[in-house]
Design a protein around this ligand. Structure first.
Ligand code: GLC
Length: 552
């Protein structure tokens, strides 16, 4: 930030994640699309968000819901075309809403022309050098090059069928690395050609006017040179892992983002990069947002904190210190398309590793009423914190995770690669409800949906919540309005001591915020109640409730 320059928008923005498959479907094929997004932008303006993060819409065989990109510079016909994209972006900008798009640089689709060329080319060729091809181990190369496991389950290597069996030498056909599905081969970022290609892709979208990028698997691009064996601890989070991991957080990734920082800096308008870097601590995540690297990095240690006051205070403190220490905002988040929705997650007990999902056979079903109450309290806490915050489509309706999805509807590669042992992420990706009494709850007008919607969602539809002052939708609108009016996002947090240990309590620019995570009510200090996450009578703060109080 320079003195002649207003603070950059991304330091304080409330950013709404659109998962285009499930947001709004204009053509009625059961899969959301970009024209659908355009028609719903007014609803987002009324909600009060500053920006949108748009999950993948680029050309893709959809083996991992678009995170398997075959053409980085085009729109998949499922979602529309580049003209629809331009119209959507212009319509968002007309409403003062910025838009960042998802960029997937760790891997492409196996249908990407580069990978198809690599399959046809010989070991050691320029075509193979864009990905991570290696000879296997064992007498005839029949064992994978190392023991790495895919995040989605099963081995991280797949052996190819060589185009010319005779040319393969004594080791037989090669193997390629895929940290995710076999249809998602990892690029080799040691190769300058890959780097140059991504500069071109960045410029393609920056030239079209996007405000930045959410960078997928931003901690994974560079692998340890020697590809040493590594096995994640039993039952660890699918994308977490404890350091050191030879494919997460390698020092070399940072140079890539310094380079991208320079590309973005050539453009006006404070374009931003947001890292999806699943690192265990805030201090490690903060490495991605040093002044010459990215601008934001999702605070996953915060997302992963259980509903526990002491842990939340600790992670908030660590975050403000770590991100503040490098001059970056903290980027708070509670839900996205990879995690159990927080209105369900916060009522789940321990022992549900991230990425494994919940389904019909998961033991210990969460109580939906407790989940929603905690979910609202957690959001009210998050939106009072200084920094930027991300919201995931549908959380403003209080949507729970869909637990009862039938097995044959599931589409997440995690489900298939673990033989149904892990449910994966479909339960947070169900098309969202707009109108209670319309086909597909107004998602489209044909009633088709790529994942089935639960019948209980009629009452959660946006049109049912609009006129209800106590609805989750109106709570989100109020929180976002007050956050802006009191400039909480650019404020400073000071802890309030002396309240019972089950509370998280702080002041931010004249607003007192108290969350009660315990079972017992807590006496409230004097002041004017601005908002309560759940309405209550009396002057004690009930369980699982957050209030904002003005000190005037
Ligand atoms: C990121 C995405 C996730 C995807 C994975 C592989 O974690 O958020 O949805 O499956 O990367 O691209």
């Amino acid at each position: 930030m320079t003195s002649d320059h207003a603070p950059e928008w991304w330091r304080t923005a409330a950013i709404y994640q659109i998962y285009p498959r499930s947001f709004s479907d204009a053509d009625g094929d059961g899969m959301g699309d970009l024209r659908g997004v355009t028609t719903r932008l007014d609803a987002l303006r009324e909600l009060g968000v500053d920006a949108i993060w748009l999950s993948p819409f680029m050309t893709s065989p959809q083996r991992d819901a678009g995170y398997d990109v075959a053409d980085y510079c085009d729109v998949d016909p499922l979602f529309g075309d580049l003209a629809d994209f331009d119209a959507m972006l212009a319509a968002a900008h007309e409403r003062g809403i910025r838009m960042i798009v998802d960029l997937v640089p760790n891997h492409s689709s196996d249908q990407h022309p580069w990978f198809q060329e690599a399959l046809k080319a010989a070991p050691g060729s320029r075509e193979r050098a864009r990905y991570i091809f290696r000879d296997g181990q064992g007498e005839h190369g029949e064992e994978p090059p190392n023991n790495w496991q895919s995040v989605f389950g099963g081995p991280a290597w797949t052996r190819v069928t060589e185009a010319d069996g005779d040319a393969t030498g004594p080791n037989g056909p090669q193997w390629y690395l895929h940290l995710f599905d076999a249809s998602q081969p990892d690029f080799d970022w040691a190769n300058e050609e890959v780097r140059e290609e991504f500069r071109r892709i960045l410029r393609f979208w920056l030239d079209r006017g996007v405000d930045g990028f959410r960078v997928d698997v931003a901690h994974g691009l560079v692998k340890h040179d020697e590809l040493p064996d590594y096995m994640p601890p039993e039952d660890s989070d699918s994308m977490g892992g404890t350091e050191p991991v030879p494919y997460w957080g390698q020092e070399g990734v940072h140079e890539i983002y310094r380079d991208w920082h320079r590309v973005l800096a050539e453009y006006d308008g404070d374009r931003a990069l947001c890292a999806e870097a699943w690192m265990p601590t805030a201090a490690e995540v903060a490495l991605w947002v040093r002044p010459d690297e990215m601008h934001q990095a999702f605070n996953f240690p915060y997302l992963q904190a259980p509903w526990d006051a002491a842990r939340l205070r600790e992670v908030i403190e660590e975050s403000l210190e770590a991100f503040g220490g490098v001059g970056a905002p903290t980027t708070w988040v509670l839900s996205n398309h990879d995690v159990v929705r927080h209105a369900t997650r916060l009522a789940l007990g321990p022992g549900h590793p991230q990425g494994h999902g919940v389904g019909p056979k998961t033991p210990g079903k969460p109580d939906p009423a407790v989940g929603l109450r905690r979910g609202r309290a957690a959001t009210a806490l998050m939106l009072a914190l200084p920094g930027s915050a991300y919201l995931y489509q549908g959380e403003e309706l209080g949507l729970p995770e869909v637990i009862e999805l039938p097995d044959d509807a599931r589409q997440d590669p995690t489900w298939f690669r673990t033989g149904g042992e892990r449910y994966g992420r479909d339960g947070c990706r169900v098309p969202i409800p707009w109108e209670a009494h319309a086909p597909a709850y107004g998602f489209n007008d044909t009633g088709a949906t790529w994942l089935p919607q639960p019948s209980e969602w009629a009452e959660l539809a946006r049109d049912q919540q609009e006129g209800d002052a106590d609805s989750t939708l109106n709570l989100y609108k109020t929180l976002l309005r007050l956050r802006r009016e009191h400039a909480l996002a650019s404020g400073e947090l000071s802890w309030i001591d002396g309240l019972p240990p089950q509370t998280v309590a702080f002041r931010n620019t004249g607003v007192t915020v108290i969350a009660n995570l315990g079972a017992e009510p807590v006496a409230l200090p004097a002041g004017r109640l601005l908002v309560a996450s759940t309405p209550f009578d009396g002057d004690a703060l009930p369980a699982d409730t957050t209030v904002w109080i003005a000190e005037d």
